[in-house]
Design a protein around this ligand. Structure first.
Ligand SMILES: NC(=O)C1=CN([C@@H]2O[C@H](COP(=O)(O)OP(=O)(O)OC[C@H]3O[C@@H](n4cnc5c(N)ncnc54)[C@H](O)[C@@H]3O)[C@@H](O)[C@H]2O)C=CC1
Ligand SMILES: NCC(=O)COP(=O)(O)O
Length: 323
């Protein structure tokens, strides 16, 4: 069983944390790095191979599906000529997991702006790109998970000003259903408890601080409770994330990106994992970005990538076992 690991933005910390993760995990799981080996830190032991050969290579070298990105890497400074190769590596990894050659996909961070500028990348992130590659008109759902907390932003990479209009009952319902299904299937939670945040301060304060809770969120939750969903909310987001509140749910569904990601990155920035729900294959990622300020210094922490690779391996194995 081999986890495909895409290189992400070569100017970021991806290549160096990939090597650190390989060193930490080589006795534990198989991974296949997809990228340009010339971008790996000097002196990295690596070996060109394919998914079938990766587990055997792991013990002595980083297994690499070697691709030529055509130009060296300058840490902290993205090269526009790399952008299309970065996108191709993700598409290639999806082909490997879709064919069953790899058991799961883990992605090192991309720099969204560099891909949009350099390759006219038409997506705000991996999540939406992977949903498009998976086909079937899917809408993938982003979850970030650490041992203490799981959060799901219903709207993702859109301007804050656009959130109220985007947070429709349809989007929220699909997000809740996808999250519940994934908690059962991938996380082994038989009866998931979900907490749903309001959009406004104090969840609207009875309509005095916004009406989305009364008009959209509460009626939807009531309907879904009628179907047997275990749903709390709409809750005030500011009091959902302290430890006793966290103990009352298995995942928090949030209205927008920062409402979800600020708490988890505060609770556990080091080892949070981003996992995409609703795809026909497993995809995880570290919770952080390209960290240009650290690229090339050797000071980047690989803990989150290690946790992401472990989760990818575990979820891939679980799906393989249950079919
Ligand atoms: N899954 C993905 O592809 C993700 C990509 N990004 C992208 O990354 C780029 C940079 O985003 P930022 O908001 O600056 O976030 P960032 O996570 O790259 O950096 C924020 C701060 O955290 C530090 N940091 C990040 N990772 C670290 C690590 N492994 N060890 C130690 N310190 C670490 C950085 O040095 C910086 O001070 C953006 O283009 C963003 O879209 C951000 C999050 C996820
Ligand atoms: N803030 C999370 C993030 O940017 C990750 O996005 P994605 O590339 O996993 O869609």
């Amino acid at each position: 069983m081999t986890v495909a690991l895409t290189c992400g933005e070569p100017a970021g910390i991806g290549p160096e944390i990939a090597v650190a993760a390989w060193a930490a995990l080589r006795g534990e799981l198989g991974l296949l790095y997809i990228g340009d080996p010339a971008h790996l830190p000097e002196g990295t032991p690596w070996e060109a191979t394919d998914p079938a050969g990766a587990p055997e290579v792991m013990a002595r070298a980083l297994p690499v599906l070697a691709r030529d990105f055509g130009a060296p890497r300058t840490p902290g400074r993205p090269d526009p000529t790399h952008a299309a190769h970065v996108v191709d590596a993700i598409a290639e990894a999806v082909a490997l997991v879709s064919s069953g050659a790899c058991s799961a996909l883990c992605t090192a961070p991309i720099h969204k702006q560099a891909l949009i500028d350099g390759a006219a990348f038409a997506y705000p992130g991996h999540t939406e790109f992977l949903a498009a590659l998976a086909g079937g008109g899917r809408r993938a759902v982003m979850m970030l998970a650490c041992p203490e907390l799981r959060v799901v932003p219903a709207t993702i990479h859109i301007p804050l000003a656009d959130v109220p209009a985007a947070l429709t009952a349809e989007l929220l319902e699909e997000t809740i259903r996808t999250t519940r299904d994934a908690l059962v299937r991938d996380f082994g939670i038989d009866a998931p408890r979900l907490a749903v945040a309001g959009l406004n301060p104090h969840a609207g304060e009875g309509g005095k601080m916004g009406r989305e809770e009364i008009e959209t969120i509460a009626p939807l939750l009531e309907r879904l409770r009628g179907e047997g969903f275990d749903l709390a909310g709409p809750l005030s987001a500011d009091t959902m994330f302290h430890p006793p509140a966290r103990a009352r749910y298995d995942a928090a569904i949030c209205a927008y990106h920062d409402q979800a990601l600020i708490p988890i990155k505060t609770v556990d920035f080091a080892s949070g994992v981003n996992v995409t729900l609703g795809l026909p294959f497993v995809r995880t990622s570290p919770d952080h970005g390209t960290a240009f300020d650290l690229a090339g210094t050797g000071r980047a922490d690989a803990t989150s990538l290690i946790a992401a690779l472990r989760m990818a391996h575990e979820l891939g194995a679980r799906r393989a076992a249950v079919g």
